[in-house]
Design a protein around this ligand. Structure first.
Ligand SMILES: *Cc1c(COP(=O)(O)O)cnc(C)c1O
Length: 340
């Protein structure tokens, strides 16, 4: 069974461009010091300002509709890109959307993604969470999701619960399809990059990327830069998502634990708290390529890539792909702090 036969609800504008970052390479020391960097612009997927969740949601929404769902419930941090894009997908599919969002402050400002959630008319339920656990799937979140689901059912709705980050086996299919697209683009351009770097959170993207890389014989190895902790649990979940996604494609999963490469060295103080290196990466990409990175995910992933270049972990004669997974609306929840 091929990925093309699995039901998909069209949400994204595909294929996304592959852009060679010449000016960034110059700024990082030129060909003597820095590899060629190809940026896969999944910040340009469309669906209410773009990001990696558009690819997952194409499969998740199709699954929800197939099951006869009338409402979506999902969860994330208060500035969750996944929540914003799920709210957008719900509008396009004619579904109700309830969001259970964790917040470290009592009354989070209605900015960035949260502002867009309200514009998209999602029903927002806030749950307190300490800042360092902003992405944790904890008991309070599970309880609230159960209560919201029961409430929707009592109103005659049929809710479909999407896990944090859209990271289920069905969601993982998004980056199996995304890999097929990328591998085709690379082949057409005569490129054979050695590595792919991306920001790793709930790991559904990883499950799809590593499974896709195996299925389509990608030339590169997949390097996740973690934006939050919990590595061991997440490895197990990514492996399970890859296994179940492979089963949907009618194959035994070729993914092993050795394929799950995640560098936890760039998280800093915690999820959603930008490090100085993250802020430097955001400014550098804006100034060299006029591309915006975000303070929670892609800024940290690029900080990891830049550090690997500076430390010589990546050799100047290599070519690497940086998967820009989006997140740009979160910039507008940070204000001028990004300039510091
Ligand atoms: C969700 C997200 C990620 C991480 O994807 P996971 O599948 O949760 O690992 C990376 N970048 C951005 C901008 C995101 O919104």
């Amino acid at each position: 069974m091929s990925i093309g036969t699995i039901p998909r609800f069209p949400l994204a504008t595909l294929p996304t461009p592959l852009h060679e970052a010449h000016r960034l390479r110059e700024a990082l020391g030129g060909p003597e010091r820095c590899p060629r960097i190809l940026i896969k612009r999944d910040d340009l997927t469309g669906l209410a300002l773009g990001g990696n969740k558009a690819r997952k949601l194409e499969f998740l929404i199709a699954d929800a509709l197939r099951q006869g769902a009338t409402a979506l419930i999902t969860t994330g941090a208060v500035q969750s890109n996944h929540a914003r894009m799920t709210a957008a997908a719900a509008r396009l599919a004619g579904l109700h959307c309830s969001l259970v969002l964790t917040t470290g402050v009592e009354d989070p400002p209605i900015q960035g993604n949260l502002l867009l959630d309200h514009l998209l008319q999602a029903e927002v339920h806030l749950v307190p969470a300490p800042p360092d656990k902003a992405l944790a799937v904890d008991a309070a979140v599970d309880e609230t999701i159960a209560r919201v689901a029961a409430d929707l059912e009592s109103r005659g709705e049929r809710p479909y619960v999407i896990p944090v980050g859209g990271s289920s086996p069905v969601g993982a299919l998004g980056y199996v399809a995304g890999t097929l697209e990328l591998v085709g683009q690379l082949a057409a351009a005569g490129e054979a990059p050695t590595r792919l770097y991306y920001a790793s959170g709930s790991r559904g993207t990883q499950a799809g990327l590593v499974l896709g890389a195996k299925i389509y014989s990608a030339p590169y190895q997949v390097y996740g830069i973690a934006v939050s902790g919990g590595g061991a649990d997440k490895d197990a979940r990514a492996l399970q998502n890859a296994t179940e996604a492979a089963a949907m494609l009618g194959i035994a999963s070729p993914v092993t634990e050795a394929d799950l490469i995640t560098d936890e060295g760039y998280i800093g103080e915690g999820y959603g708290i930008p490090t100085p290196e993250c802020l430097e990466a955001i400014r550098l990409l804006a100034q060299t390529e006029a591309i915006f990175l975000d303070p929670s995910y892609t800024g940290k992933a690029m900080a990891g890539l830049i550090d690997h270049v500076r430390r010589g972990i990546i050799k100047p004669d290599e070519t690497v792909v940086f998967l820009h997974t989006g997140g740009v609306p979160a910039i507008f929840a940070h204000g001028t702090r990004l300039l510091e």
